[in-house]
Design a protein around this ligand. Structure first.
Ligand code: PMP
Length: 469
């Protein structure tokens, strides 16, 4: 197969040409990339990033839902530099420790949404979720019930891309292309009222039906074989799906009945994103295990955390004498420089009262997005809570019917977004995500919504011109 020719618009030796020649990108259509080339980002300022030509874009998704403090925070730079001089690396295996690890663990346990006992660290959300899964498996081995190992997550959920985390993820692109999921990982329905509720079904009725479906699955599999349930408080990459009223209350009643642990994946929802410090608080979840990452360090360095409650910790610690030492950990678990940056990030969040700030800007975002685009002929639903939202594009508003994916409508809007000074992110079902840095101000929200609204109008014109709508 001959690859398509490189685009001559990418001058020889330009960053674009060098990228095309050497970089294998994550989540990218490699062939299309040869033609289109990269958007090379070279700098940042608050909620804006700029490209190699100096053009500034408002980052509507904080990179990958992650740069909570935006793209230029000097205190985080200082925290990293100081720690690099003091102790650039040490590990935490076999009981070794260091001050950033101790301080960060203390701070996270203090801030946890429910009483938590201990904190473990990894480098990414995927690794944090793999760790949570292995904790559940190890714990049940230690408790002498080795058959209790299956875990349930949701269709549309996103938990990462390592082999176990990708299995927990409930999106087709992460499964069928890689022969996943692995055995023992099951998926139940997503709580997406807009698409999955029956005609006339209220949010509460829908939640009751989903809880009944979960209970049937647990009973069918055998309650003594089901150990855990993974859920994001608000599903992010699966489309920004805010669960219907009473959903987690009903789901948790089922989990408690069958002694199934709840893992809250707070990788996106933590640190003020949904209007509370944790998404678990917004959604009334009482997790046994909580995973977090991304805004934990404002993404200035890679670090993720796993918080466990006393019951899980007790089983893990009993395990050492019962079945053998907890043989799990990463070279960089609690890396001192990443941990020092996370400590500084959490201090800044406290000082600026990130929760109130994000809740105020989030309320403006929810209101203004609805006012500006909910009635637009291309918009099926505007949804979200706090500083996380989505605008879903549809071909038929009354039937909630999306465009044929071949029309690539969301990708066209992302391209128009760039022309209008916005970096946009398209999710499944032609949904455009909004998850700007938590530091965004109401005035910046206004700029974001105005630019988006103009890009959407430009999309209508383009679709008509191309005969697609
Ligand atoms: N969980 C959630 C909810 C996520 O959104 C993501 C990443 N977007 C992950 C886990 C995986 O994190 P990472 O890409 O750092 O492995």
């Amino acid at each position: 197969m001959t690859p398509p020719p490189a685009n001559p618009a990418h001058g020889a030796n330009s960053p674009a040409a060098r990228d095309i020649a050497h970089v294998l990108h994550p989540y990218t259509d490699h062939k299309a990339h040869r033609e289109k080339g990269p958007l090379v980002i070279t700098g940042g300022r608050g909620v804006y990033v700029s490209d190699e030509n100096g053009k500034e874009y408002l980052e509507t998704v904080a990179g990958l839902w992650c740069a909570g403090l935006g793209f230029q925070n000097e205190r985080l730079v200082q925290a990293a530099a100081e720690q690099m001089r003091k102790l650039p690396f040490y590990h935490a295996f076999t009981g070794r420790s260091h001050m950033p690890l101790i301080e960060l663990s203390e701070m996270l346990i203090e801030r946890a949404p429910v009483p938590m006992s201990k904190a473990f660290f990894a480098n990414s959300g995927s690794e944090a979720n793999d760790t949570a899964l292995k904790m559940i498996w190890y714990m049940n081995n230690a408790l002498g019930r080795p058959q209790k190992k299956k875990v349930i997550s949701r269709i549309g959920g996103y938990h990462g891309v390592t082999v176990a985390a990708a299995s927990l993820t409930g999106l087709p692109a992460n499964h069928k292309l890689f022969d996943l999921p692995i055995a023992g990982i099951l998926h139940t329905s997503r709580p997406h009222h807009y698409h999955n509720a029956q005609p006339g079904e209220s949010e509460e009725e829908f939640a009751t039906r989903l809880a009944a479906e979960l209970e049937e699955m647990i009973v069918r599999e055998g309650p003594d074989t089901v150990a855990g349930f993974f859920a994001e408080p608000v599903m992010g990459a699966g489309g920004v799906i805010v669960p219907p009223a009473t959903y987690f209350e009903k789901i948790q009643a089922v989990l408690r009945k069958y002694d199934v642990l709840l893992v809250a994946d707070e990788v996106i929802c933590g640190f003020g994103r949904t209007g509370s410090y944790w998404g678990s608080q917004t959604m009334g979840m009482q997790p046994d295990i909580l995973t977090c990452a991304k805004a934990l360090s404002s993404s200035y360095l890679p670090i993720s955390g796993v918080l466990v409650n006393e019951r899980v910790y007790e089983a893990l610690s009993e395990g050492s004498s019962q079945i053998g030492t907890w043989g799990h950990g990463y070279t960089y678990s609690g890396h001192p420089v990443a941990a020092a940056v996370a400590v500084e990030t959490l201090k800044i969040y406290d000082e600026m009262d990130i929760v109130s700030h994000a809740a105020a800007s989030g309320a403006v975002m929810q209101k203004r997005l609805r006012e500006a685009v909910a009635d637009h002929p291309l918009v099926g639903e505007v949804r979200g809570i706090g500083l996380i939202g989505a605008v879903e594009l549809v071909e038929n508003k009354a039937e909630h019917r999306n465009f044929d994916p071949a029309k690539k409508v969301a990708a066209k809007l992302v391209a128009l977004g760039e022309e209008h000074g916005l970096i946009l992110r398209a999710l499944p079902n032609d949904s455009i995500a909004f998850s700007p840095p938590q530091i965004i101000t109401p005035d910046e929200v206004e700029i974001m919504v105005t630019r988006f609204s103009k890009a959407l109008d430009a999309l209508s014109v383009q679709l008509r011109r191309e005969g697609l709508a």
